[in-house]
Write a protein that binds this ligand. Structure first.
Ligand code: GAL
Length: 403
């Protein structure tokens, strides 16, 4: 044979390997991104001071160490463009670079927000026609995450260009939308900085089917969340069927957390958090960290619940049973165990007798044991007929493992 040829081949392979090792392919959002976002609590009032304080509190509350590392500024930071088209932040954010340096000094990452349209949803400056310039600006500040919200691109651009609701018009509108998202994707790539790319267009055109093609690391699957149990659980339940679209690097986003907001009870907060963890959803807290009660902190930082969300397999849960107000969802985990959630969405206490846990459907056979994650308690062997009492809006979150 030709030994020289094989030696050359081996050398080539080795050098490729060396190159691959010295430049490991950056892989963003390998698990669902975790952090905090300003919108759900501060909305348009957010300031530099609030963001710095949120960064401080993520550290002192233990949230950073539990995995919440992104500090995301939502809409209303934008100022005006100068004669060269360079965007400046407004008076509420006097120095973005200094803010990014501060957030980074705490071991956290900084996120920002814009729109493919001329205006954002709160009518601030959007990125249309300035995609490259804005992406370069974010990179120069040290931004690590961009939420890109459709807003005025919908009515002001795509529906103006192709009016009407006919299937033909909508196809053309949606093609424009995709192009706009791809444009910012390319602009972000050109910066050379790893920036998590978060699409926000409320699920139009089954975004989960094409989000990864435009470089999305996460995409909103629904309209806005509010701190109301019915809204939260409607959104959560609408994720049924979407598990096949999620995985490392690209996630379905049922919107930011409302844990600790509004008048949610402890059971409701746990149901919300547990549901999002089952769904391998991004966990972006949206509460006022400076007034967080110990109870809410415990819900947000429960390590065993977070471990479900952040499981390396990234397999989102699916619904395996629904009867009236009761639903059971399950997801397989990377160590061979299975997460099972039983939800009581109803208004009354429910004694789950006569409702099987549907263990077989969850891939659980005989000889398995259960751990109740909210109670932090081992329950021992689990049977399909095990009976539980669930209060109104409460849920049972189990981690099941083989003996
Ligand atoms: C909405 C978006 C919210 C928030 C808001 C800011 O479209 O869904 O999450 O970003 O805009 O104006």
């Amino acid at each position: 044979m030709r030994p020289g040829f094989y030696a050359a081949l081996a050398l080539t392979l080795l050098s490729h390997l060396a190159v691959a090792q010295s430049h490991p392919a950056p892989q963003l959002a390998v698990t669902p991104p975790m952090g905090w976002n300003s919108w759900n609590w501060f909305a348009e009032k957010v300031t530099d001071r609030d963001v710095r304080q949120a960064a401080d509190l993520l550290v002192t509350s233990g949230m950073r160490d539990a995995g919440y590392v992104y500090v995301n500024i939502d809409d209303t930071w934008e100022g005006t463009r100068d004669v060269n088209g360079n965007l400046h932040s407004n008076d509420k954010f006097p120095d973005m670079k200094a803010l990014a340096d501060y957030v980074h000094s705490k071991g956290l990452k900084l996120g920002i927000y814009s729109s493919p349209g001329p205006k954002t949803c709160a009518r601030f400056e959007g990125s249309m026609g300035h995609e490259d310039q804005d992406a370069q600006l974010y990179a120069s500040w040290g931004i690590d995450f961009l939420k890109y919200d459709l807003c005025s691109f919908h009515n002001g651009v795509m529906r103006k260009e192709h009016p009407g609701d006919s299937p033909e018009a909508m196809l053309l509108q949606y093609a424009m939308m995709r192009d706009a998202y791809e444009k910012m994707h390319q602009a972000l790539l050109k910066t050379g900085r790893p920036i998590v790319y978060s699409l926000c267009q409320y699920g139009f055109d089954a975004v989960w089917q094409w989000g990864p093609e435009v470089g999305a690391n996460l995409w909103r699957t629904t309209g806005d969340i509010t701190p109301k149990f019915d809204r939260i659980t409607l959104i959560g339940r609408e994720q049924a069927g979407l598990s096949k679209y999620a995985g490392p690097g690209h996630w379905n986003d049922p919107d930011m957390l409302e844990v600790g907001n509004g008048q949610l009870t402890l059971d409701e907060n746990r149901t919300h958090m547990g549901m999002w963890a089952m769904l391998a959803a991004p966990l972006l807290a949206g509460n006022n960290l400076s007034e967080m009660s110990p109870e809410i902190r415990e819900v947000l930082t429960n390590r065993e619940v977070i471990a479900l969300d952040q499981d390396a397999n990234g397999k989102q849960a699916e619904r395996i049973f629904a009867e009236g107000p009761t639903e059971i969802w399950s997801r397989p985990l990377s160590d061979g165990s299975v997460a099972l959630a039983v939800f009581n969405f109803g208004e009354n206490m429910s004694l789950l007798h006569g409702i099987r846990l549907h263990l077989k459907e969850a891939g659980v056979g005989s000889g398995w044991r259960a751990r109740d994650l909210w109670a932090a308690k081992d329950l021992g062997p689990i049977k399909d007929e095990s009976t539980f009492a669930l209060k109104r809006h409460a849920s049972l979150l189990l981690r099941l493992s083989h003996y």
